[in-house]
Write a protein that binds this ligand. Sequence first.
Ligand code: NZQ
Ligand code: ZN
Length: 382
Amino acid sequence: MKFSYVNPTQIHFGQGQISTITTSIPKDKKVLVIYGGGSIKKNGVYDQVCDALKEHTWSEFSGVEANPTVETLDNAVVMAKEQDIDYILAVGGGSVIDGAKYVAAAAMYDGNGWDILIGKHIVTEAIPLGAILTLPATGSESNSGSVITQKSTQTKLPFMAAAVQPKFAVLDPDSMKTLPERQLVNGLVDAWVHVCEQYLTLPTGAMVQDGYAEVLLKNLRVLAEQYDDRDNNEWRSNLMWTANQALNGLIGSGVTHDWATHMIGHELTALYNVDHARSLSIIQPSLLRNQIEAKRAKLEQLGKNVFGLDASTDLAERTIVEIETFYHSVQVPTQLTEHGDDKASAVDTIIKQLEAHGMVALGESQAITLEVSRQILEDAVA
Ligand code: NZQ
Ligand code: ZN
């Protein structure tokens, strides 16, 4: 184990905490409030933001779409530059927060913002930003990652930069009350896969990271089991905090990561507009079966410690079935159907995109070559 760890985002958790932004954002800042398609106007979050920012100077940019595009966000970059914005407040789910991170970084750069995604510009400075989370799933509210799509080329790429990590994040479970069922279960599944990407790799013997990862997975399993009771503050709070902890850097410190499911999943979203979480539930079971020997020890550990399965020679196989059952229990699919009828050409198209994006050696041991991705897709595409 060798790592440096800090999570500098201050969390304001609980009902009524949106009012804390009054003091979290310095009064002398020119603030740009960034949000999505308008859900925040229906659940009272926008009104609470207006109330809290009464004494601030602020303007707003709306219309950040799910799986945010550089085409839309570049309009906000122009706005931030023209108005000398020096603080950004993202109000929404992962897409809005990721989009705000891109704006924060691109506004401090004179070149084409897409350079950030292709690694041509390394982000070292950004407009400071804070986040009000309305959809627990991605962990974006307290991490340094962002995933942006270029619509014109159907390309979805991530970037990481300490400079775009939110200074603070407000997690008020009441803001989840208007979430459609689909987004709620997407959040459960995305958080689940985030833990898996940092845990289902090689045995590392890291007791803290493994143990905490298992607690988070157990929480998500229990929350899915208690899904009928979801209309209460305790259920919402537990999902919101679990999803946050799943990708805030802690369980990933000093251990091996995978992320192949995410990288292949991004192609499904870019090509066929599959929801992020569903792209993961489609890829992950096939990927786990394909990589079962490399991952056997951790799959067995997960089966025993999270699902309570008894030891057997096929414990890893049974664990994958349990993971699929978990997805199906919340009505999330494990096969791609959005491509239409032509499976062969869909697999070819996805492979071409993976190649174009340099995703040619994925997974904890870089064992997932294009040929292996093809095998995984043969199983995952209906
Ligand atoms: O646009 P609005 O009106 O806000 O509606 C959104 C959107 O349509 C709606 N929604 C959000 N909060 C709501 C609500 N509707 C009613 N009530 C509320 N309280 O939900 C829809 C989906 O929102 P979105 O932000 O797209 O969902 P999510 O949080 O799942 O974010 C997905 C994006 O995050 C990226 C994904 O790739 C995807 O682009 N990820 C970011 C990560 C990170 N930064 O660390 C890691 C993740 O693995 C993920 O890749
Ligand atoms: Zn994810």
